[in-house]
Design a protein around this ligand. Structure first.
Ligand code: 7TS
Length: 436
């Protein structure tokens, strides 16, 4: 990355030539860090080391500035006003749809539906496509590696509709049992709903291979991209998805805005999600007709400000290049794995093969509860997540209650990994006497 990038703090990241910085050669973490004001703050008397990126990412000044700019300069409702502000807001909002379509290789911007988050995107499919297309006895296939938001909506549907919910088993190394997956995908499989990357262990899932098997049986494929899209170059055609769900807040964008991408023909055939303004063409006292895709699925005033700022986050990531993002995280993960294995009493979860791991390091320490690890690390300014990571079936498979999880993003450094390692060694020293 060149030194003149992204420091005008004015919200404009478009001056960065996307092509100029797709290579890791040009990567400059220090330069990136200057865009994230929060990284300067202190926690418990020491510099914050933020390693909870799988939960949510931090936001660059460009995104924060764009949020403010919308409210200060052109705040207005969209799709309904002839006045200038409304037209500006509408153009900005719809422009983000186009930006996101390009970012994930969607054929048309209309295929992008704005939701609150990944959870709402998955629930949208469960409430509309699934209710319109699935009957008792039909099978939905998910995996034991899923986040609760890709489990619970299907359990609810199963209980309501008599659908059969099956799980691709997880192996102890955090990969999926592909041999069993092949036997589970059959003519009754109507939906495969699968994560692109495990949030609990960091496993990158062979989504395309599973999608091909599912498509061969005529099934539809939903990809939970909550962890994949922020960290891996994602092309909806290449991964073989029919639906893709993801959240802005895990990829430098604001909270409260997410995306459901769907193939146009599927979306067009689906009934609406919620009823209200914007999603209709006409309403009489007897009945209503639906607006076109995507508006059919966006009832009511949407999250205009956060959507617009999400566009700035997409610009930021696009300028870096998603391959370079992944490479940076792989480098950090490799360094962290090499150093963490030497911590006494540590167990590190997830695949041995580093080429199928994202920037997530899930671990436990003998005799020390992960929450205690999290608390001591916090006292050293290190923010990690401790718990079941909303993936309780993963914990059940590993027969553990919880793990401590460090997760990396574009602004993390090897020095921060060193702080993590030293602080983790402190945890062992601190609790060693009690638990030894
Ligand atoms: N799917 C996966 C794979 C996730 O990691 C998450 C959030 C979700 C779905 C839900 O996303 P949301 O934006 O709708 O909440 N994962 C995490 C996590 O690992 N720690 O906190 C949230």
């Amino acid at each position: 990355m060149t030194s003149n990038h992204m420091h005008d703090h004015g919200g404009d990241v478009n001056h960065v030539g996307a092509d100029a910085m797709t290579g890791i050669r040009d990567w400059n973490t220090e330069s990136i860090r200057r865009d994230f004001p929060i990284l300067k703050r202190e926690v418990n008397g020491t510099r914050l080391v933020y390693l909870d990126n799988a939960a949510t990412s931090q936001k660059p000044v460009q995104v924060i500035a764009e949020l403010t700019r919308y409210y200060r300069d052109y705040n207005a409702n969209i799709h309904r006003g002839v006045h200038t502000l409304s037209q500006e807001a509408t153009a900005a909002y719809e422009g983000v749809r186009e930006k996101i379509a390009r970012f994930i290789g969607a054929k048309r911007p209309e295929e992008i539906i704005f939701t609150r988050n990944t959870t709402e995107a998955i629930n949208l499919v469960a409430h509309t496509w699934a209710r319109a297309n699935l009957q008792a006895g039909d099978e939905i296939l998910i995996s034991e590696l899923e986040h609760h938001s890709n489990i619970v909506p299907w359990q609810m549907l199963r209980d309501e509709r008599g659908i059969v919910l099956k799980y691709i088993p997880m192996l102890q190394d955090g990969t999926l049992d592909m041999a069993v997956a092949r036997t589970l995908i059959g003519p009754k499989t109507k939906l495969l709903s699968i994560t692109q990357m495990s949030n609990a262990l960091g496993t990158i899932i062979p989504v395309r291979e599973l999608a091909d098997l599912a498509h061969a049986q005529g099934a539809i494929v939903l990809v939970d991209g909550a962890q994949g899209v922020p960290h891996l170059a994602t092309d909806v055609t290449a991964i073989g998805a029919d639906f893709l769900a993801f959240s802005a807040h895990k990829m430098l964008g604001p909270t409260g805005i997410g995306v459901l991408w769907g193939r146009y023909a599927l979306l067009e055939a689906m009934p609406p999600f919620m009823g209200g303004g914007d999603m209709i063409l006409s309403v009489t006292m007897e009945q209503s007709t639906w607006n076109d895709v995507p508006h059919k699925f966006e009832a009511g005033t949407p999250n205009i400000a956060d959507t617009i700022a999400f566009g700035t986050a997409i610009d930021y990531l696009s300028a870096l290049g998603m391959d370079a993002v992944h490479q940076h995280e792989s480098d950090l993960l490799g360094y962290a794995l090499d150093r963490m294995v030497d911590v006494p009493g540590i167990t590190i979860y997830g695949p041995e093969d580093r080429s199928i791991r994202g920037g997530v390091l899930s671990f436990s320490l003998d005799g020390i509860h992960p929450h205690d690890i999290g608390q001591v690390l916090d006292s050293h300014g290190v923010a990690i997540r401790a718990g079941h990571h909303c993936a309780q079936p993963v914990m059940a498979c590993l027969e553990i209650p919880a793990t401590a999880r460090a997760s990396f993003y574009i602004y993390n450094t090897r020095e921060e990994v060193d702080v993590l390692v030293d602080a983790t060694r402190e945890v062992v020293r601190f609790f060693g006497g009690v638990h030894a």
